[in-house]
Write a protein that binds this ligand. Structure first.
Ligand code: AMP
Length: 325
C-alpha cells in the first residue's frame, strides 16, 4: 500500500514546477535534516523545478546542514505543491502560508491522530522521518539523485531522532538505510563532534541538574528548569530543553520528564519513557507525540504536579504487571 503512496507522491512531484517543503515548529535534527535533505534530492533530480524550504522559526542546533529559505512570499504558493515533513498535526506546521498551496502532501512518522493534506504517507514505526526519505530515494534510485550534502542532512536526522540508533524503533531496515548514506560518504567524526561535544559551562550545568533532579515514589525522574536556573547558567531555551536527555539512564525510572519555563506563563514538558507509553499522558496536557517520546504544555505548578502524579501512576501500574529493568 505504501509503495502506491510513494509512487503517487513521486508522480505529484513530477507534475509541479514549484515545490515548497516545510517542517514542524521548534525543529529538531530530523525536521531540519529531512526538509533540507529532501529539498537537495529534488533539486539534483529535477533541476528545472523551483524547490524552496519555507519555515517560520529556526534553530541553531544543526545550522551546519545549511540554510532554509524561511519566509516564502504568498504568491509563490500559487500553483505550488507543499510537502510537509515530520509534522503530526496541522497546527504544528512551521508555515503560516501552508493553506495557500494548491496541493499538500504529508510525510510523517508520528502516530496519526489528525490526518491532513491531500495525500498522507505515514509510517509511525520509523525511528526518524529521514529514514522514510532515504527509503523513498532507494525506491526510486533510478530516477532520483543524491549527493554527500543531502546524505549528511538525512544521516543527521536519523542519528539524532533514533538516539544514536538506540531507540526501540531501530531495526534492520534503519541500519540498511543508514548504510546507504554512509556509502555515499559521511565524515562521521566531524558530525559527532558537532552534535555531541559540550561547552565546559554546560557540563557544569549538567552536574547541577543531577544535584537538583527529583524522583517520585515509583520512579518518575524530573527536573523543573525555571527562569532563574536558565538565567544562572545562561541557557538558551534549547539547552534548557535538552535536560530531558540527562535523566534517561536511572535504574528503576522508566518515565522521565523535563519542565522548561517558557517565560510567558507556560511550561514546556518533554516526556520520555522506556516500556511505558506516554503519548496519551501528553495528550491529556495539551500535547501528543510518539509512544515513548512526547511533548506537552502546562500552565501552573498545580498542573505540573498533576502530570507528575499521573506519570507516577503509570509506572506503578506497569511495575505491578510487568518485569522491568
Ligand atoms: P519534544 O520533547 O518536543 O522533542 O517532543 C517529542 C515528540 O513529541 C516530538 O516528536 C514531537 O513531534 C511531539 N510533540 C511535542 N510537543 C507536541 C505537542 N504539543 N503536540 C503534539 N506532539 C508533540
Amino acid at each position: 500500500m505504501n509503495e502506491d503512496k510513494k509512487q503517487l507522491i513521486l508522480d505529484r512531484i513530477k507534475a509541479y514546477d514549484r515545490i515548497i517543503l516545510s517542517r514542524h515548529t521548534r525543529p529538531d535534527g530530523d525536521a531540519v535534516g529531512s526538509t533540507l535533505g529532501f529539498a537537495k534530492i529534488l533539486k539534483l533530480s529535477f533541476p528545472e523545478k523551483e524547490i524552496l524550504v519555507a519555515c517560520d522559526d529556526y534553530t541553531d542546533y544543526v545550522s551546519f546542514l545549511g540554510k532554509e529559505d524561511g519566509d516564502v512570499p504568498p504568491e509563490k504558493y500559487e500553483g505550488a505543491l507543499l510537502i510537509v515533513l515530520d509534522t503530526g498535526s496541522y497546527d504544528r506546521i512551521s508555515n503560516k502560508n501552508a493553506k495557500l498551496a494548491k496541493e499538500m502532501i504529508k510525510i510523517d512518522h508520528h502516530v496519526e491522530d489528525e490526518p491532513y493534506g491531500d495525500i498522507s504517507w505515514v509510517e509511525d514505526f520509523r525511528s526518524a522521518l529521514c529514514e522514510m526519505i532515504v527509503d523513498f530515494y532507494v525506491t526510486f534510485k533510478d530516477e532520483l539523485k543524491i549527493d554527500k550534502e543531502a546524505a549528511l542532512c538525512l544521516f543527521t536526522g536519523m542519528v539524532t531522532d533514533s538516539g544514536r540508533f538506540r531507540f526501540s524503533e531501530v531495526n534492520g531496515d534503519t541500519l540498511r538505510l543508514a548504510a546507504v548514506l554512509l556509502d555515499i560518504g559521511i565524515d562521521t567524526e566531524t558530525l559527532y563532534a558537532r552534535l555531541y561535544l559540550e561547552d565546559f559551562d554546560y557540563l557544569k550545568f549538567q552536574a547541577y541538574v543531577y544535584e537538583v533532579m527529583k524522583i517520585t515514589e515509583n520512579g518518575v525522574a524530573y527536573i523543573y528548569v525555571d527562569e532563574e536556573m536558565q538565567k544562572r547558567f545562561s541557557l538558551t531555551r534549547e539547552q534548557a530543553s535538552n535536560t530531558v536527555g540527562m535523566l534517561g539512564e536511572i535504574k528503576g525510572s522508566i518515565i522521565w520528564l523535563a519542565f522548561i519555563d517558557n517565560g510567558d506563563g507556560s511550561i514546556r514538558v518533554r516526556l520520555r519513557s522506556r516500556f511505558v507509553e506516554v503519548n496519551k499522558l501528553a495528550g491529556k496536557y495539551h500535547g501528543g507525540g510518539h509512544l515513548c517520546a512526547a511533548g506537552a504544555t502546562v500552565y501552573s505548578a498545580d498542573e505540573m504536579n498533576a502530570l507528575i502524579k499521573d506519570a507516577d501512576a503509570l509506572i506503578k501500574e506497569f511495575k505491578e504487571n510487568n518485569f522491568y529493568l
